[in-house]
Design a protein around this ligand. Structure first.
Ligand SMILES: Cc1ncc(COP(=O)(O)O)c(C=O)c1O
Length: 352
């Protein structure tokens, strides 16, 4: 575990987007705020006052929160600032290109379908077949690369570089699209604020792959509003953020990253996210596959559907609170970032 006692008092640089991602989000088919679900039994188990789960198992019809980042990144990448996709003139020969561990690529493929353009997605070998098929089902060309996520990123970059009609809709790397994606994720934080109606959380728990989403959470809570502690959670086999925080500089965790938490299987912390995470994360912890599966079962018993990455938040909170004490009336928010990609696989985990 990593602890940074000065993180809560750090203030993040202001990163207001040009335009409001929520305008684009609200215009997506089936868009609605996701629920913040209180689970009193879990608060009792963890020895805290209130436990709430921000449930992203369906977001605008897709099984993860990633559409929020992808939609704003693609909108900005296609030249939009205000309005919605309807206001853009889009070249029908455009191809959206991206690497993915699963969810971002699905969101990009879905957007391409929505906009009547093409998508070409690169995904690491070993990704669960259900996740690959889900991307193909959106009409995208999917290349399963012989390597881990870093290899997929390299191939997507090369593909986008040689095509003037391509928009590289990356959610990691040095371009602007990862920055726009983190701005898009901010919609979750605005919703949590509204749903808490003035109640200030003491601890917010967030699953981490490359750390972009966590950087949104840190930026939001290290400004002029509430300043909860922020706990990041990673698979024990892909703990690039934990290792980087411990070293005080970015550390690569070489693949393969075999965990069941596919969206969290990143070997590098994103370069845009790192400076924010370095200063603003209070605690970082890892979980095993079995921890994540156990958390999926617990959440299912409380009628909350959570896939492996989503349930990682509860698994991390359990591991953290096994040794760290919060006030008995503490308010804890777990962000559950995904739902079900493969119903049979989910049912098999839940029935164990
Ligand atoms: C479901 C889910 N949760 C969390 C994450 C982690 O996001 P980040 O890579 O920005 O840390 C991902 C990334 O793809 C994801 O798919």
């Amino acid at each position: 575990m990593y602890l940074n006692p000065s993180a809560t008092s750090w203030t993040a640089p202001v990163t207001d987007p040009d335009g409001d991602p929520r305008t684009v989000h609200r215009a997506l088919p089936g868009f609605a705020p996701t629920p913040l679900i209180e689970i009193p039994e879990l608060a009792t188990e963890l020895g805290v006052g209130r436990l709430l789960v921000k449930d992203e198992h369906i977001r605008a019809g897709l099984p993860s929160f990633k559409i929020l980042g992808a939609a704003w990144a693609v909108f900005r990448g296609l030249g939009g600032t205000t309005g919605t996709f309807e206001d853009l003139k889009i070249d029908p020969d455009t191809t959206l290109v991206s690497a993915t561990a699963g969810n971002h690529g699905r969101a990009v493929a879905y957007l391409a379908k929505l906009l009547g353009i093409k998508a070409h997605i690169f995904i690491p070998a070993g990704t669960a077949p259900g996740r690959i098929e889900a991307i193909r089902s959106e009409g995208a060309l999917v290349d399963v690369v012989d390597g881990d996520y870093r290899v997929a990123v390299a191939q997507a970059t090369a593909r986008a570089d040689q095509d003037p009609k391509a928009l590289h809709a990356a959610d990691v790397g040095n371009s602007m699209t990862p920055v726009w994606a983190t701005q898009g994720y901010r919609t979750i934080m605005h919703e949590i604020d509204d749903q808490l109606a003035g109640v200030e959380p003491d601890l917010v728990v967030v699953p981490v792959g490359a750390g972009s989403f966590a950087s949104t959470v840190v930026s939001h809570y290290r400004s002029d509003g509430p300043r909860p502690a922020i706990l990041t959670v990673e698979p024990d086999s892909a703990a690039c953020l934990l290792k980087s925080l411990q070293a005080g500089e970015p550390v690569t965790v070489p693949g393969p990253h075999p965990s069941v938490m596919a969206g969290l299987n990143a070997g590098d912390v994103d370069g845009h996210a790192w400076p924010v995470l370095k200063h603003g994360v209070d605690s970082a912890i890892t979980v095993t596959d079995e921890d994540a599966h156990e958390a999926m079962r617990t959440l299912a018993a409380a009628n909350v559907v959570a896939g492996e990455c989503g349930a990682a938040s509860l698994a991390g909170a359990r591991n953290f609170l096994a040794t760290q004490k919060l006030r008995p009336d503490a308010v804890v928010v777990l962000i559950s970032t995904e739902g079900v990609h493969d119903q049979a696989a989910y049912d098999a985990v839940i029935s164990r």
